[in-house]
Design a protein around this ligand. Structure first.
Ligand code: GAL
Length: 807
């Protein structure tokens, strides 16, 4: 008999909603990501338990097979979908369960499978889920075997209907999987719902709804004890309820609490409480469950925009797709944390998850990091945008998918808006009225505490049928910065948010002088784009889609209009797919403020200078030009009265932003040497920045985003590679080939240089630097030996050590 290894890891609370990892847990939550068998290609026989999968590849989840493939214009997902392979694949996992688990209720939870998954347990069909982003669970209890008998769970994933997405989706079981072992009487899946109906400085009222499930063929008496603890695990409120539940039934139990002098959750201090619930049958503990609790109130106002806990604030948001660059769609906590940390450091206080239900990890991190979230259910309803859109499944699935989306996400305090769609076609015809009403009522039947919104494009009120439904609480408008001025008149009394803005086009480290080139692409709908032969776009904030705006245009408008609650920039990061405006080989977007590898483009610092209080002085471009060439030198700065620029020690004068300027410019005749900027406030130096003309590439610098990682198979370290000259200056156009070798407790899981037309594999252990930089991503492989990364190229090699934390 095959030796089956099941790694039982009690997930820490941050990895999933609702289940605490405490000593004496009776609910057992197993990490079910390890040791799956995988086969790319359709094998219908694999659903039969006795099927021999010995020759299939063994891997750990979460897994995205598309990102492992090769880019090709012929891949049916097309460059819009990332130009990577899709298709059909099967996953199988064989496992045993201890005999003591007989007589428990056992279910499997999938956070997301793209797309159209079908699941079998021991040959028994459990169901299909066409939507690739929703989370779902199946009850396995009736079909399981115990002791040394083997169980087989089989998953078919069908992402062969193409195109089915306007962006890169990934393919496979790309989010986490858990096995939940509970007693017959337990708290149901997503079975708690917490709200805070009244909040003042003195006290907060907490309403808590628990759904109990009794799978036993026996009526039961129970006691539910819930305790609210603060962030030091100190109990601040408690409630006990004693009742009974019929056999084979579910029942709601309500508990109410009062918290005195509550600590409020906000974006600067995201204070979190927890509700720890214990269920007893007599004196026997039968379930325990933890629900996150953040106490906050917020308001959208038609005149004054958004406020959080009565403090007015603009939403400084970014839209994010779900891919994690070189990792593809794989939902890795550390990858998402890095993404959000880079955004937060820029001054972002809100994320719009576009245009689909998110990973759990993203919401958990937003709760912890103090980021407001707009979650979004759909990119299309009954009318499609791409050939095999969700419209195919709308009639049968939209209600269930929308309900599950709300049930899973309604306890996260960071979630403050439910978006029922993005740029939905039905806004243009009268069918939009009824569908909007239906969707809003589904959301409200499950949560009335958050506004329901939709990202609209039609701004003539009579022509917008989603608006005409009268059902939305908050109107989101995409790309209407020019039209906002008369919105208070047109949309009287409505609350308004710039749900999507900008769509500017930039490549990190590439500069076309704005003084000499066009300001906008393209001047009119469908006009050809006179781009660069190497598929780059200038990193000066000078080009945007015709429907969009430059970053500065949009922010100046939003900043000046009090009634606009805020803006979500399209996008925080470049993402795979949608390489507008270029054709293949471009295969990832140009819209990010940060490139696909996580390296900021220059405009990052414009936002940082506007959206944070930290001192900023960012001067660009690099200083390697043709002798005598006129160069536009831009600076983003804040907290200073003026900036003085020097070329080789000679002052080129001081400048300061006038009126609503967001940057300053010098036109400088290039000569090699040093360009230096000094920002001053009241005559005192705030910051100094120097850029030197770089010589030829001569060394490799490795900078890791952390010095140690955990040996848990999940943790990641991102190592940025800089190509430098002999004096330590970044060589701005360096494109040296790099080979990486890793030994010890880590393995390479991705390489990227952020170049939108790079066709080399993300999964290789080599890549060419692009504009002087690239990134290698290393993941813990479970060994506890120090990781040694060696980067080699024609200019020599460099090593970097990463320690392993064994905790
Ligand atoms: C918007 C759309 C986004 C993205 C963007 C590109 O209209 O909502 O998903 O396609 O355009 O500019």
């Amino acid at each position: 008999m095959k030796h089956i290894k099941i790694i039982y890891i009690l997930l820490i609370t941050i990895f999933f909603v609702g289940c605490g990892a405490e000593e004496n847990n009776v609910r057992i939550v197993k990490d079910f990501n390890f040791d799956w068998k995988f086969n790319l290609g359709d094998v219908p026989e694999a659903k039969v338990t006795s099927f021999n999968d010995e020759n299939w590849r063994t891997l750990n989840l979460p897994h995205d097979w598309s990102v492992e493939g090769e880019f090709s214009i012929d891949n049916p997902a097309k460059p819009e979908g990332g130009a990577l392979p899709t298709g059909i694949a099967w996953y199988r996992k064989t496992f045993t369960l201890p005999i003591e688990y007989d007589n428990k209720s056992i279910s499997i939870e999938f956070d997301g499978i793209y797309r159209k998954s079908e699941v079998w347990i021991n040959g028994q069909y459990l169901g299909i889920r066409p939507n690739g982003y929703v989370s779902f669970a199946y009850d396995l209890t009736d079909y399981l075997k115990y002791g040394d008998k083997e169980n087989v769970i089989t998953v078919k994933v069908d992402n062969s209907e193409q195109p089915n997405s306007r962006w890169y989706s990934g393919s496979g079981i790309y989010r986490n999987v858990r096995l939940v072992v509970a007693e017959k009487l337990h708290i149901a899946h997503w079975g708690t719902y917490v709200t805070t109906p009244e909040i003042s400085k003195e006290k907060a009222l907490v309403n808590f709804e628990i759904t109990l499930q009794n799978d036993a063929n026996l009526d039961k008496k129970y006691k539910v004890v819930s305790s609210i603890v603060n962030n030091e695990e100190f109990e601040v409120a408690q409630a006990t309820s004693e009742e009974s539940i019929n056999k084979n039934s579910v029942k709601k139990q309500i508990q109410n609490f009062e918290i005195l002098n509550p600590n409020l959750w906000d974006t600067k201090n995201p204070y979190l409480y927890k509700i720890k619930t214990k269920v007893f049958e007599g004196s026997k503990l039968v379930d325990n469950y933890t629900t996150p609790l953040g106490i906050r109130y917020f308001n959208f106002d038609a005149k004054n925009g958004f406020s959080l806990n009565d403090v007015p604030m603009k939403i400084h948001g970014v839209c994010l797709h779900h891919d994690n660059g070189a990792l593809g769609a794989v939902a890795n906590y550390e990858a998402i944390k890095r993404k959000l940390t880079i955004m937060k450091d820029m001054g972002v206080n809100a994320i719009r998850v576009s245009h689909n239900p998110s990973s759990l990890e993203l919401l958990q991190l937003c709760d912890e990091m103090g980021l407001i979230v707009q979650v979004e259910a759909f990119d299309s309803w009954k009318k499609r945008k791409v050939k095999y859109d969700y419209n195919l499944y709308w009639d049968e699935w939209h209600k269930k998918d929308l309900e599950d989306f709300v049930k899973r996400d309604r306890n996260f305090p960071s979630v403050m808006m439910w978006s029922i769609g993005n740029e939905i076609r039905e806004q243009f015809d009268s069918t939009g009225v009824a569908i909007t009403k239906e969707l809003v009522s589904i959301v409200k039947s499950l949560d009335k505490t958050r506004p329901v919104t939709c990202a609209l494009t039609e701004n003539i009120p009579e022509k917008n049928f989603i608006y005409q439904s009268g059902a939305l609480d908050l109107l989101g408008f995409n790309y209407k910065h020019k039209d906002f001025y008369d919105f208070p008149e047109k949309f009287k009394g409505e609350k308004i948010l710039a749900s999507e803005s900008v769509s500017a086009i930039e490549t990190r480290g590439h500069y076309d002088m704005p003084s000499d080139t066009i300001k906008r692409w393209p001047p009119a709908h469908n006009a050809p784009f006179d781009g660069n032969d190497d598929y780059t776009a200038s990193a000066y904030d000078q080009i945007s889609a015709y429907w969009g705006a430059t970053h500065e245009e949009n922010w100046k408008t939003v900043k000046s209009l009090n009634f606009i609650a805020g803006t979500f920039i399209w996008t925080g990061f470049d993402y795979l797919g949608e390489p507008i405006p270029y054709p293949y080989p471009a295969r990832s977007s140009y819209f990010g403020i940060v490139d696909l590898a996580g390296l900021p483009k220059d405009v990052y610092y414009m936002y940082q200078s506007e959206w944070t209080k930290k001192d900023v002085l960012h001067v660009f471009p690099h200083w390697n030009w043709e002798e005598g060439q006129e160069v536009d030198v831009w600076a983003y700065y804040n907290n200073a009265d003026e900036v003085e620029l020097f070329l080789n020690g000679k002052s080129l004068g001081s400048k300061s932003k006038q009126n609503d300027d967001l940057h300053i410019i010098w036109r400088v005749k290039y000569e090699p040497g040093t360009i230096k900027a000094i920002s001053r406030k009241d005559g005192k130096v705030v910051l100094e920045k120097e850029i030197h003309t770089a010589g030829t590439p001569s060394k490799i610098e490795l900078i890791a985003n952390k010095e140690s990682i955990k040996n848990n198979h999940y943790d990641l370290v991102y190592v940025m590679v800089n190509i430098k000259d002999a004096d330590g200056n970044l060589v701005p156009k360096a494109n040296n080939s790099l080979d990486f070798e890793v030994t010890g407790g880590g393995s390479i899981v991705g390489v990227d240089n952020g170049y939108q037309a790079n066709l080399s594999s993300f999964k290789a252990s080599k890549i060419k630097a692009f504009n002087g930089k690239c990134v290698v991503i290393i993941q813990s492989n479970g060994k506890s030996e120090t990781i040694r990364l060696k980067a080699s190229s024609n200019i020599g090699n460099t090593e970097k050590l990463i320690k392993i934390k064994t905790d």
